[in-house]
Design a protein around this ligand. Structure first.
Ligand code: ADP
Ligand code: MG
Length: 918
């Protein structure tokens, strides 16, 4: 059982092929009894082998019959062709002799029926065992063949070459891949020596390995498993060489003696080339980096990991010190956070500005300006930052110097009160300073590119062109004087423009540059000064004429005083029916006219003080208005435009009326065909040096404007209108004293008068009178009695001129007074002292030779502090009369005086005294 079990399995499948009856009775039971799995196929019909081909039985029992054994053998052979399994015949013991035994024994032998179990089991188990062995052999053979073909496949197709050498370095085998590697067929190599197939260097290297191995072997230290590796330069069939790497080990005999070499060759030419190229390029790059004047630096995880010599030079730190430092540590504190920030980003592969400038601190402590350009990269498999840095300290210093000088230059340009410009050859602005903007009233963008013709009129453009052209032709700088330019808004400006050539590097003219100077103000000042000068001349002229006229008028006045005095005296003694009465009346009228003229002259020469008080110009205008209404023609329209809150002026209302009447009548004369005459009043405050009224002191003024729409005057006429006796009117019509006296009055009131006139365009007079601070008192209603009262008191008349003394004596005598006369001050004082009790009043002339009136007045007052003195003078001489009144005189009367006026004055002063006495 043990044996069976060892060789067969219980499931060994037997296919029995034979007569069904026989099989079932004699065969199958025996086989089953042994333990086989039995299938039966009836031999009488067609055998169905389907199913067995794929899964063949382990053994076939085939029945042979003596009567048809040849047929049966045939059949069995066909079955065997289909099913691969051993066959054992069986036949009747009786028939076995009839079948040739050799036929039956092939292939395995036969069994006789009846079947002995033992015999059957022996034969079947043997056959099954043999079949199994055969099968295993076949499998082994197949495996061997497969391995061999795999090996061939490998050896034939390997890139590498497998080789064997004997110890003398002769090839004993090479794989076919040598053809690909070196162009040789294997048989061309086998048998040849390695020595002739490699460069001498490589041969030496191989020999050295062999020698070493031999030595090791000898000393017993050889390692049989050691794999050697050398690189050898070997020849190709075409004579060229390749680099091959050989990995090999020694083949040994049973005594462990090396008897040959087996190994693999690999073509490493390309790798060698790559490596050498790599080395070459590395060398190149190292040289580049080392020789590079830029610092090249790599940092990783915040620390420097590579710096080139330039980096050491720029930072002052040797490389090994830098490698201990974080990359921002050499940066100037002002820039540290910036650089650190950007650097960290770059280091982590993010974007950061690729280039910027900052400062570092050199190891020596000095500041160095650097320009950085950075990027990120992979360095030794990790992200890192790469920067190149150059020292730009010098550039920065130069830039700084340039910036400073530019700043200075700009500051100069922006602060000079002159325009600086540059234009191209066509005259288009391409550079200019602020002043050019200011003077032209344009924005820089409006000026840029602007042509000179756009800011000048045709005439000025022509002059400018001429200047530029001149400069272009001669190359000599030039100037255009007194040009007018038109600003964007406002009045034209007067400028002076200098121009010189701008040349390029090739010395070709490319434009002009120069200075624009605003001379508008200067021109205005000059004009203003000219006006002032003219005014001064006018004032001086008026002063001179005034002195002259005043002098004549004064003397004339005294003469008239006598003439008129006597005339009046004579008339008083006549009744109207007297034959001389009308002649004397005419004489009186002429005398009065003459006195009137003289008075005007005196007014002009400001020798008339008048009676000043607070006056409303508006009120005076209204009074004169009424008068003019009656005297001016109907076709002249009159207008008034009065400031209701007009300040008062301190003036003589008679004088004011005189001004208004003179201006009004002149205007009427200028408008024979009609027109408009207007009066306007305004309060005006004049500043220091007012443009409106040159030369006027600052302060509050009342301005009176009298204008007409008449014939007007030319400039020459305007110049002379204030001259006394200047008239354009026919003889007898004009005296030429109207405006002269207006002038005198205005001046004596501290005022100013201006005339603006154009031919056929009317005339405007403007009068400025200083405003008075006190309010205007209500106008007093003066009651003048027709005939003044006389008296019996004794009067002392002091005058150096006899006619005046005589006339006064006569008049006052007529009014009942007792008269004493003195012809100078000294005499007057003596007489007064002698007649202290009789003399009630003194009429005192101021301008006398000798001591003079004022001194005399003081002496009289010393003699009698209550002395009553009336000053009489041809001059309303500012000083004298005022002084006299201030030092105690009781009144003033102008010469020549009307009889009634002097009588009234005398009475008033005497009565005043009486009042005081009482
Ligand atoms: P008269 O009126 O006697 O001529 P004035 O001194 O008043 O003397 O004037 C002098 C001259 O000034 C006048 O003759 C006249 O030529 C000129 N004039 C004065 N006022 C005017 C005016 N409103 N329009 C035109 N010319 C004038
Ligand atoms: Mg006049």
């Amino acid at each position: 059982m043990t044996f069976r079990n060892k060789l067969t399995t219980d499931s060994s499948r037997i296919l029995v092929f034979g007569d069904t009856e026989r099989c079932e009775s004699d065969i199958i039971p025996v086989l089953k009894n042994i333990g086989y799995a039995v299938h039966h196929a009836d031999a009488s019909g067609q055998i169905d082998l389907s199913g067995f081909e794929k899964d063949p039985p382990d053994l076939l029992l085939f029945e042979l019959k003596a009567e048809a054994f040849a047929q049966d053998l045939d059949r069995s052979a066909r079955i065997r062709e289909q099913i691969d399994c051993p066959v054992i015949f069986f036949c009747d013991a009786g028939q076995a002799a009839e079948i040739p035994s050799e036929k039956m024994s092939i292939p395995q032998g036969y069994l006789e029926i009846p079947l002995s179990e033992k015999q059957a089991r022996q034969m079947l188990d043997m056959t099954l065992y043999a079949a199994r062995l055969k099968k295993n052999c076949r499998i082994a053979e197949n495996a061997r063949q497969e391995a061999a073909s795999h090996y061939r496949l490998l050896a034939d197709n390997l890139e590498d070459v497998i080789f064997k050498l004997d110890m003398d370095l002769n090839y004993t085998y090479v794989s076919p891949s040598i053809k690909r590697m070196r162009g040789y067929a294997p048989e061309e190599v086998i048998g040849r020596s390695f020595r002739e197939m490699a460069t001498p260097d490589s041969v030496k290297r191989a020999e050295a390995v062999v020698a070493e191995e031999m030595a090791l072997t000898k000393s017993g230290a050889a390692d049989p498993h050691r794999i050697h590796s050398i690189e050898a330069e070997v020849y190709r069939k075409d004579g060229s060489t390749i680099w091959a790497e050989a990995k090999f080990s020694f083949i040994r005999d049973e005594n462990n003696q090396p008897i040959g070499v087996i190994g693999v060759n690999r073509d490493i030419t390309e790798r060698k080339q790559i490596v050498s190229r790599l080395m070459e390029s590395e060398e190149k790059f190292r040289t580049l980096a080392e020789a590079c004047p830029f610092a090249i630096m790599i940092y990783q995880n915040d620390f420097w990991v590579y710096v080139n010599p330039a980096a050491e030079a720029i930072s002052g730190y040797p490389a090994d010190e830098l490698y201990q430092m974080r990359f921002w540590e050499i940066v100037h504190p002002d820039y540290q956070s910036l650089v650190r920030n950007r650097g960290s980003k770059r280091q982590s592969g993010q974007n950061a500005p690729p280039a910027y400038d900052f400062k570092i601190i050199h190891k020596s402590g000095r500041e160095v300006w650097v320009s950085l350009s950075g990027s990120s990269l992979m360095y030794q498999g990790q992200p890192a930052g790469l920067i190149t840095v150059i020292d730009i300290t010098e550039r920065k210093l130069a830039e700084e110097a340039l910036r400073k000088s530019e700043e200075k230059y700009r500051a100069v340009l922006e602060n000079i009160e002159d325009g600086y410009y540059e234009v191209d050859l066509a005259g288009n602005f391409n550079f200019f300073n602020d002043f050019v903007c200011r003077i032209s009233g344009r924005r820089p963008d409006e000026i840029m590119g602007m042509n000179y013709r756009e800011y000048t009129d045709a005439q000025n453009a022509k002059r400018l062109f001429h200047t530029f052209h001149q400069v272009y032709k001669s190359g000599i700088p030039s100037k255009a004087f007194d040009l007018e330019i038109i600003p964007k808004a406002g009045n034209k400006r007067n400028v002076e423009i200098s121009a010189s050539l701008i040349k390029n590097e090739a010395d070709e003219p490319v434009g002009f540059r120069g200075i624009i100077r605003d001379i508008t103000e200067r021109k205005e000042t000059e004009a203003h000064q000219a006006r002032l000068e003219a005014q001064l001349q006018q004032a001086q002229k008026m002063e001179a004429i005034g002195t002259l006229a005043g002098g004549i008028a004064h003397d004339f006045n005294n003469i008239l005083q006598a003439i008129n005095g006597y005339t009046q005296l004579l008339l008083m003694q006549k009744t109207p029916d007297d034959p001389d009465y009308s002649k004397l009346t005419q004489l009186k009228n002429s005398g009065e006219r003459a006195a009137n003229l003289v008075e005007q002259l005196l007014t002009f020469s400001r020798k008339m003080e008048g009676q000043r008080r607070h006056v409303s110009l508006n009120q005076e205008i209204q009074v004169v208005e009424k008068l003019l209404k009656q005297t001016t023609p109907k076709m002249i329209e009159r207008r008034t435009d009065l400031d209701e809150s007009l300040w008062p002026v301190y003036a003589d209302p008679v004088h004011i009326e005189q001004i208004l009447l003179n201006l009004g009548s002149n205007a009427a004369d200028a408008m024979p065909e009609g027109g408009t005459l207007s009066f306007e009043t305004r309060n005006i405050i004049l500043e220091e040096n007012p443009d409106e009224v040159p030369g006027a002191a600052p302060g509050p003024y009342v301005r009176l404007t009298v204008s007409d729409t008449g014939c007007g005057m030319d400039a020459g006429t305007v110049q002379q209108i204030f001259d006394p006796f200047f008239t354009t009117k026919e003889v007898g019509k004009g005296t030429g004293l109207g405006l002269a006296s207006v002038y005198g009055i205005v001046k004596s009131h501290g005022g100013h008068i201006l005339c603006d006139s154009r031919v056929n365009q009317g005339t405007t007079f403007k009068i400025y009178l200083p405003a008075a601070s006190e309010p205007v008192p209500e106008p007093e209603t003066e009651q003048k009695s027709a005939m003044p009262e006389g008296g019996a008191e004794t009067l002392l008349i002091v005058d150096d001129e006899l006619p005046v003394r005589e006339a006064a004596t006569e008049i006052l005598h007529y009014f009942g007074y007792q008269i004493l006369c003195a012809e100078n001050a000294e005499q007057a004082i003596d007489m007064y002292r002698e007649n202290l009790n009789q003399v009630s009043l003194v009429i005192l002339d101021l301008s006398m030779p000798g001591m003079g009136g004022n001194q005399c007045l003081r002496e009289l007052l010393t003699l009698n502090p209550n002395a009553k003195v009336i000053i009489s003078s041809g001059y309303a001489a500012n000083g004298l009369a005022k002084e006299a009144l201030a030092s105690g005189a009781r009144g003033f009367i102008g010469k020549p005086y009307q009889a009634a006026d002097i009588a009234r004055k005398v009475r008033a002063v005497l009565d005043e005294q009486a009042d005081l006495d009482s």
